[in-house]
Write a protein that binds this ligand. Structure first.
Ligand code: HEM
Length: 168
């Protein structure tokens, strides 16, 4: 049992740190810096990283999530009675809920929004966008930025709730 827990912890913490770290780096450092360099450089860098980033983040998030569920089940049993029985249970539950919302936002809501933004941007390549297109484009980008930040804040809340779980 101890070996299982050890393996699960290594997977959980390793992939979780990678996922949250990469996400925070993108949201708070890389994307804002790219924006200051202009649309041409921004598009080229995004096109280069978009090839490997979604699968890498998807694998990391799934390994973190599944190993977290198994860690909880093995440590406290498969009944959810532990949730409000202790501060530990509440903290892990908060992490679980934050993690589920982050998965929905990150893999359900953001990708179609990004594809719509990209399609619109390509449609006015080589010509001036109309004012309606500019308004639509700005709206999509603002929504994308808001969701990306929301997702990162959720992941930070999840990692904080994990960090304090055994002390509350
Ligand atoms: C973004 C997602 C997550 C990240 C980054 C993350 C990170 C971490 C970290 C760093 C620890 C070590 C804390 C410590 O040993 O004091 C931990 C422990 C743990 N996590 Fe997560 N976690 C995530 C999601 C989840 C989910 C969804 C669950 C299950 C519902 C979960 C269940 C656990 C459990 C049971 C422990 C062991 C706590 C203990 O040893 O007392 N985690 N997690």
């Amino acid at each position: 049992m101890t070996t299982y827990i050890l393996i699960l912890r290594v997977l959980h913490i390793g992939f979780g740190a990678f996922w949250v770290g990469t996400d925070a780096f993108l949201t708070f450092l890389l994307l804002p810096s790219l924006r200051t360099l202009g649309p041409d450089i921004e598009r080229r860098v995004l096109a280069a990283i978009i090839r490997f980033l979604p699968p890498v983040l998807m694998v990391s998030s799934l390994v973190t999530f599944v190993s977290g569920i198994f860690l909880t089940g093995i440590m406290r049993g498969w009944s959810v009675n532990w949730v409000f029985a202790s501060g530990w249970g509440t903290a892990i539950f908060v992490g679980f809920v934050g993690n589920v919302i982050a998965l929905i936002v990150g893999f359900g809501l953001l990708p179609p929004l990004m594809m719509r933004t990209d399609r619109l941007e390509r449609s006015f390549e080589g010509r001036q966008p109309t004012s309606a297109e500019t308004t639509e484009y700005d709206k999509l980008r603002a929504r994308g930025t808001m969701l990306t930040k929301l997702n990162s804040v959720l992941l930070i809340i999840v990692i904080l709730s994990m960090a304090v779980a055994r002390f509350v």
